[in-house]
Design a protein around this ligand. Structure first.
Ligand code: IPM
Ligand code: MN
Length: 352
C-alpha cells in the first residue's frame, strides 16, 4: 500500500524517539512491500520558536492530508513560563481537536521480562492487560478558561454525544477482548460525571449486552489499579482522569517509556500516534531515551490507521523479543551500562 505519514517530532526527546519509530516503519515497508512516504513538520515549542505558533497552518494541513500522524512529544522548560500566552501543549490539543480525535487508546501490558522494573510486586503484575480509553477532545482541557490576578477557572463540560461516542468505542474494544468495561468518573461530586454515568447505564445494557460493565470512582480506581490491576480489561474515562490514570498505570509496565497511544476519531483514516511520555527535557539530546513507546505507537498506527494488522503484530513481536533479549534502556535496566536509544531500536530492527 501507499501511505503518507506525517512526522511531528516536537520537542525534547521527541526527535530521538520518533526517528527510531520511522526506522521501524521503513523496515516494515521493505519487508511487506509498502510505500510509506514520510513528511515532517514542526509542532509545539519547536514551532513556537520558528513561527510563534505551536500548530502552524502547514503542520495542520499536512496532518489532514496524511494517512496518519506519528508524533513525538511537546513542551519543555523553555516554554513553561506561566505568564506566556502561547504554549507548546496548545499545539497538541488543537491538533487533537481539529482532527476530531475523541478517543485515546492507551494499552498497558507489563512485559514479563521487566516486571522488576516496576515497584509493584511481580505477582500482581503477571497477566495484566489493560486498555485505557481516554476521552480526548472534551472536559477541562477544552472548557472556557479565565485568569485574573486574584482568581482563575477552568470549565468542565461534556455533551451526551461526546460521552456516547467514546463509550461505544471503548465497549466495542471490550467486546473483542475480555468483555469487561470499567467506566471511571467522580459522580459523587461532578455533574459531568453524573451525566457520564447515566449515559453508560443507558447504552451498555441495550447495545452491549455481552459486555459486563461497572462504574468506579476515580479516586478508588487510582487505588485499585495498583492493588488488583489484573481485574481491569477496558477502562473508559474522561480526558483529565485518563491523563492522570495512565501515567499511574505506566508504573505497572515499569516505565512511561514503554507506553504507546493511538488517538482516533470516528473514521477509519487518520489518527495521531504518540508515546504517552512527555518531552523529558532532563534527558533530551543524550540518546538515552527509551524508543519502545514510540515504536509501539508506530505499531498502533499500522493497526488502526493503515489497517495492517499483520505488520502491526510484527512490530509488537519484535519489540517484545528485543525486551526479552535484554535490550533495555536506562529507565528499565538494572545494568551498569544500559543501551542507548539507537542500540535498543537496533535490537527491534534486527528482530524484524
Ligand atoms: C499526554 C500529555 C498531554 C496531555 C500534554 C502534553 C498536553 O500529558 O498526552 O498525556 O495532557 O494530554
Ligand atoms: Mn499525560
Amino acid at each position: 500500500m501507499d501511505a503518507l505519514i506525517a512526522v511531528l517530532a516536537g520537542d525534547g526527546i521527541g526527535a530521538e524517539v520518533t526517528a527510531e519509530a520511522v526506522r521501524a516503519l521503513e523496515k516494515i515497508g521493505l519487508r511487506f512491500a509498502h510505500r510509506f512516504v514520510f513528511e515532517s513538520a514542526l509542532v509545539g515549542g519547536a514551532a513556537i520558536d520558528a513561527s510563534g505558533d505551536p500548530l502552524p497552518p502547514a503542520t495542520l494541513s499536512l496532518a489532514r492530508r496524511a494517512d496518519a500522524v506519528l508524533l513525538g512529544a511537546v513542551g519543555g522548560p523553555k516554554w513553561s513560563d506561566p505568564h506566556a500566552s502561547v504554549r507548546p501543549e496548545q499545539g497538541l490539543l488543537k491538533l487533537r481537536k481539529e482532527l476530531g480525535l475523541f478517543a485515546n487508546l492507551r494499552p498497558v501490558v507489563p512485559h514479563p521480562a521487566v516486571l522488576e522494573a516496576s515497584p509493584i510486586k511481580s505477582e500482581l503484575l503477571r497477566g495484566v492487560d489493560i486498555m485505557v480509553v481516554r476521552e480526548l477532545t472534551g472536559g477541562l482541557y477544552f472548557g472556557k478558561k479565565t485568569r485574573t490576578a486574584t482568581g482563575a477557572s477552568d470549565l468542565c463540560e461534556y455533551s451526551v454525544t461526546e460521552i456516547e461516542r467514546v463509550v461505544r468505542l471503548a465497549a466495542g474494544l471490550a467486546r473483542g477482548r475480555r468483555k469487561k468495561l470499567t467506566s471511571v468518573d467522580k459522580a459523587n461530586v461532578l455533574e459531568t460525571s453524573r451525566l457520564w454515568r447515566m449515559t453508560v447505564d443507558r447504552i451498555m445494557p441495550g447495545e452491549f449486552p455481552d459486555v459486563t460493565f461497572e462504574h468506579m470512582l476515580v479516586d478508588s480506581a487510582a487505588m485499585h489499579l495498583l492493588h488488583r490491576p489484573r481485574d481491569f480489561d477496558v477502562i473508559v474515562t474522561e480526558n483529565m482522569f485518563g491523563d492522570i490514570l495512565t501515567d499511574e498505570a505506566s508504573v505497572l509496565a515499569g516505565s512511561l517509556g514503554l507506553l504507546p497511544s493511538a488517538s482516533l476519531g470516528g473514521g477509519t483514516r487518520g489518527g495521531v500516534f504518540e508515546p504517552i511520555h512527555g518531552s523529558a527535557p532532563d534527558i533530551a539530546g543524550r540518546g538515552i531515551a527509551n524508543p519502545y513507546a514510540a515504536i509501539l505507537s508506530a505499531a498502533m498506527l499500522l493497526r488502526y490507521s493503515l489497517r495492517l494488522e499483520t505488520e502491526a503484530k510484527a512490530v509488537e513481536k519484535a519489540v517484545h523479543q528485543a525486551i526479552a533479549s535484554g535490550a533495555l534502556t536506562a529507565d528499565i535496566s538494572a545494568a551498569a551500562k544500559p543501551l542507548t536509544t539507537r542500540a535498543a531500536a537496533d535490537a527491534v530492527l534486527t528482530a524484524l
